[in-house]
Design a protein around this ligand. Sequence first.
Ligand SMILES: [Fe+2]
Length: 230
Amino acid sequence: MRIDFHTHLLPKLDDGSQCVEESQAMLEALRLQGVDLAVATPHFYSNHASLDDFLQKRSTALELLRAACPDQQPDLRLGAEVRFFRGMGTAERIAELCIAGTNALLIEMPFSQWGRGESAELQQILSRGITPILAHIERYDSFQKDLSAFNRIINLPVLLQVNAEALLRRKTRKFVFRLMDHDFPILLGTDCHNMQSRKPDMDAGREILARKYGQSCLEQIDALGEDLMK
Ligand SMILES: [Fe+2]
């Protein structure tokens, strides 16, 4: 099953889709690329909105989209892209932001040097039986002057989400290839926000992976995703 683990396609929630029609166009673009399931991951910032408010607005956005296109494909699963915050490891209701039906939580890590604080929060999350998925893992290494905390964290039993478009640029492609060469557990997402500058583009990145590592690597990535969603 082909899954897009990172999308901003729910309408009028964050800096992603701004209307139902745009959401429909994004879904259609994903369908045409063979995506069977998309996880809706609107931004959640703990300092901007209460959890109840976020959950309520998210359900309303989903209802709006479902009412406009009842037979919409791909299927949608609710999730969130949770911006890392101090105290998230012990935040009582953090599990409510996991991808529906799973114990996996998509986390946007700080765009700054990582250290013990990040590592401790993630370990606390893991100790509660929640699996962190580190969103667009290719976007942080340039912020690390010292890679030791970064390397320690990606070696925790976490999952690493790669934006498919990262494979289209030389520097990030090299980084993703390094992850692949070391057998890190990868999930793919488009991180689509609209139909212009950040549109759903899964295919081009998958093709690059298939050319380099063979079709079997895509099968492995898809199997890992499917397993997670069970
Ligand atoms: Fe995102």
